[in-house]
Design a protein around this ligand. Structure first.
Ligand SMILES: [Zn+2]
Length: 249
């Protein structure tokens, strides 16, 4: 979405939320999707949110939730009314910047880890010791995001099984708990891929389709809403409640 379309969408979302206040968090789980957070305001990566904006945006949602008796819920295979928070890829900022904010607000969150990133040399990503540290923080849970972050739709069935099973076995070993959730790398999946995920024991799988998780039959294609670096704090709340659902590509 380019700048002009974004500004038009924001204007429309603001108008829509003033007119009808969608609040889809009361009919199902609104799953938020984050990636990275930074303390460097010169970053232009739309998937890396400035810390101050992330912090203030999340506090706006938390305040709204208190005022409207809504809950933050764990990401799971069962849709429950409320708001769930997920992070993809396993950036180090999930531990150093996000975890303290979630702990202070008592909000659970779920991290989808890519094995090759954790085992690689790129310092932006969590290391195994970081993940063990995250395990000790209440409310944090984990899922897999593949071995190599390849689009599963480009792979044959045997390769898809390896991506899911190998990363799951690795993560279970690391966190010492069963791992039953997956985020499709690049959000890409089709019926073959989701069936294979189910055969591999995945109970809940998140994609990048926008929407509200309301039906347990969608557990292997759970919709989410992406929060971007340039989203202002009121946009965090608009996206959480559903005002952007029809505006996003
Ligand atoms: Zn990813």
């Amino acid at each position: 979405m380019n700048r002009i379309k974004y500004v038009a969408a924001r204007w429309l979302a603001t108008t829509v939320s003033r007119l009808q206040s969608p609040d889809l968090s009361q009919v199902g789980t609104r799953v938020l999707m984050f990636h990275d957070i930074n303390t460097d305001d010169s970053s232009y990566d739309m998937y890396s949110l400035p810390l101050s904006r992330f912090d203030s945006g999340l506090r706006v949602i938390a305040q709204w939730a208190v005022e409207h008796s809504r809950s933050f819920v764990e990401f799971s295979a069962v849709p429950r009314p409320g708001i769930a928070v997920t992070f993809d890829d396993g950036y180090k900022s999930t531990l150093t910047l996000a975890a303290p904010i979630f702990a202070s607000l008592n909000i659970p969150f779920h991290i989808f880890l890519t094995q090759s990133y954790v085992e690689g040399v790129d310092k932006r990503f969590l290391r195994p010791t970081d993940i063990r540290e995250l395990c000790s923080i209440p409310g944090i849970s984990f899922g897999v995001h593949g071995v190599s972050h390849q689009r599963l739709t480009n792979l044959n069935p045997d390769q898809v099984r390896v991506e899911i099973q190998q990363s799951r076995d690795w993560l279970e070993q690391l966190v010492g708990k069963p791992v039953t959730s997956l985020s499709y790398p690049h959000g890409e999946f089709n019926s073959t891929v989701s069936n294979l995920a189910g055969e591999c024991g995945v109970l809940s799988a998140a994609c990048s389709r926008v929407g509200t998780f309301t039906n347990v039959k969608e557990a292997l294609q759970i919709p989410r809403i992406d929060i971007w670096a340039h989203d202002q704090q009121h946009v965090f709340l608009q996206k959480t409640l559903g005002a952007w659902d029809r505006l996003l590509p």
